[in-house]
Design a binder for this molecule. Structure first.
Ligand code: NDP
Length: 502
């Protein structure tokens, strides 16, 4: 890693402000631990409001130089970053598994998603298309072009500690914005690694700044700082609503990517083997901690009993363990003790409302599992669509089975929550598939695949309380991180009045 590795001294993680790795002004620190073993991975500097101020000011100072750097040159830096990520993929994946718990195969996928996003945005260095349209008056030229907003604050969660930051940083940077990056306190190491890579790839100082520390303290300072033009946030709906309200009062652009309560519909003509593979992967992959995780299975009554029995059998077979143990682990830990408690509380909430635990249901504490935060893959049955377990985001390996009698009823149930991120249908009936694609009120729809697995070249995001109308990834991301400027050039040499000339 060349000279840049000096930022980590005995794995003490620091802020990166104005091109230098620095401790926070308060000299306080917090711990970064492995959720599978409880082992300390690193200490990290704990920033306060003053550090946010310094980071925003550095980003502000760098804004003009970066805005005026030709976009193809900005794209070339991203290409180099992508190459570095590719070279370090395995090392990044292993660090990620230690830091946030997802199994190694998934951690490799997380890094790969970051690489994909980086290359995709690098290409935008030579695109960023605007329009040139005919003007209604003679000797007049009309065109539009994208402009950066200025300084972007990127606030990211721990569940995709590499991919999600790239979803925000790469479009922001290639469009000419400078950035203050505030990653989740559970995953500061992967954030440091991403900043190292981007700096090594050649970003000028001040263009990307990193502040580590508690969102509850840093968040308001970042959002309300007059030097921040756009806040891009992924995380819980509660925090998103808070940020949205604060930013809205200041007339700032705030892009929020929030929770989900995603459903898989299985019709009675479905390939059940395929559906089961999709359900198990979508419900228990990443221990259910994906915003697109399937937490409801909506089973047509013709196959509900058979599907449930087979799902229960599959869930019981899944092996919990540390994600680094590739041979023996199917499902890793959840991120923290408080997450474990929250996930487990939903088992009790479900039972009190009349649901039955058909698989799992317990905090796993046998042997070495006791050192980490493991919850058994859990299947709840006898669930009605309005129960809390069928309405609220659990964000853990818990899935509820709901029985329905028709496609129309299944669609109603899919759409019955406040969220609208992802859903899927398993059917062999092309008409049912198309009706579902049309009527599902979600930003992502899958046919004969689970609810997870979005690719970066299409828009990502959801309706209703899943967000506030923006989309990440794909071409849509460009709209979040840029302003349109329309330019008219009149070369007639006389006053021409639009809409008023004969
Ligand atoms: P949060 O929304 O609290 O955290 C996400 C990010 O926001 C983190 O960087 C966090 O910092 C920061 N943050 C926290 N408070 C504020 C604030 N007041 N202002 C600005 N930023 C803030 O989610 P949690 O990690 O606490 O997870 C709680 C629940 O959120 C989960 O159980 C899940 O339901 C949902 N969630 C959904 C995600 C998704 O992909 N849609 C991702 C993560 C969580 P810090 O880490 O320092 O607190």
């Amino acid at each position: 890693m060349g000279g840049l590795a000096t930022n980590v001294t005995a794995l003490h993680l620091r802020n990166f402000i104005d091109g230098a790795w620095v401790d926070a002004t308060g000299n306080d620190a917090f711990e970064d631990t492995d959720p599978a073993t409880g082992e300390l991975i690193a200490t990290a500097t704990k920033s306060g409001v003053e550090d946010v101020r310094q980071a925003v000011e550095a980003a502000r100072r760098a804004a003009d130089g970066w805005r005026l750097t030709p976009a193809p040159r900005r794209g070339e830096i991203l290409y180099r970053a992508g190459e570095l990520m590719l070279r370090r993929k395995e090392e990044l994946a292993r660090e990620m598994t230690r830091e946030m718990g997802k199994i190694l195969a998934e951690a490799r996928g997380d890094v790969q998603e970051g690489i994909d996003m980086t290359y995709y945005c690098a290409g935008e260095g030579r695109r960023q298309f605007g329009d040139v349209v005919p003007a209604e008056l003679p000797d007049k030229w009309a065109m539009s072009m994208r402009q950066p907003l200025g300084v972007v604050a990127a606030i990211t969660p721990w569940n995709f500690p590499f991919a999600i930051p790239t979803w925000k940083l790469m479009p922001a940077l290639v469009l000419g914005n400078t950035v203050v990056f505030k990653p989740a306190s559970d995953t500061p190491l992967l954030a440091v690694r991403l900043v190292e890579i981007l700096m090594e790839a050649g970003l000028p100082k001040g263009v990307l700044n990193l502040v580590l520390g508690p969102g509850a303290v840093l968040g308001d300072a970042l959002v309300s700082h007059p030097g921040v033009d756009l806040v891009s946030f992924t995380g819980s709906s509660e925090t998103g609503a808070h940020i949205g309200a604060l930013g809205g009062r200041l007339l700032k652009r705030v892009s929020c990517e929030l929770g989900g309560k995603n459903a898989i519909v299985v019709m009675d003509d479905a390939d059940l083997d395929l559906a089961l593979d999709g359900i198990v992967w979508s419900a228990f992959g990443t221990s259910g901690q994906r915003c697109t995780a399937a937490s409801r299975v909506i089973a047509d009554r013709g196959i509900a009993a058979q599907l449930t029995d087979r799902l229960v059998a599959r869930a019981k077979k899944l092996r919990l363990g540390p994600g680094l143990d590739e041979q023996n682990t199917d499902v890793g830990p959840v991120i923290s003790r408080s997450a474990l408690e929250k996930v487990h509380s939903y088992v009790g909430i479900g039972e009190r409302e009349g649901a039955t635990v058909a698989a799992g249901g317990r905090v796993a504490s046998e042997g070495a599992l006791a050192k980490g935060f493991f919850h058994e893959p859990t299947v709840l049955v006898d669930v009605k669509p309005n129960m809390r377990v069928a309405q609220e985001e659990i964000f853990g390996p818990v899935v509820s089975v709901i029985e329905t009698a028709s496609l129309e009823e299944a669609v109603r149930v899919v759409n019955s929550t406040k969220y609208g991120l992802s859903c899927s249908i398993y059917t062999r009936d092309v008409n049912d598939a198309f009706r579902f694609m049309r009527d599902a009120e979600t930003g992502l729809v899958y046919v004969n695949a689970g609810t997870i697995g979005a690719e970066i070249q299409l828009p990502f995001g959801g309706t209703k309380s899943t967000g506030n109308g923006h989309r990440e990834a794909g071409r849509a991301a460009l709209d979040v991180y840029s302003e349109w400027k329309s330019i008219y050039v009149d070369f007639s040499g006389k006053l021409q009045r639009a809409q008023m000339e004969p």
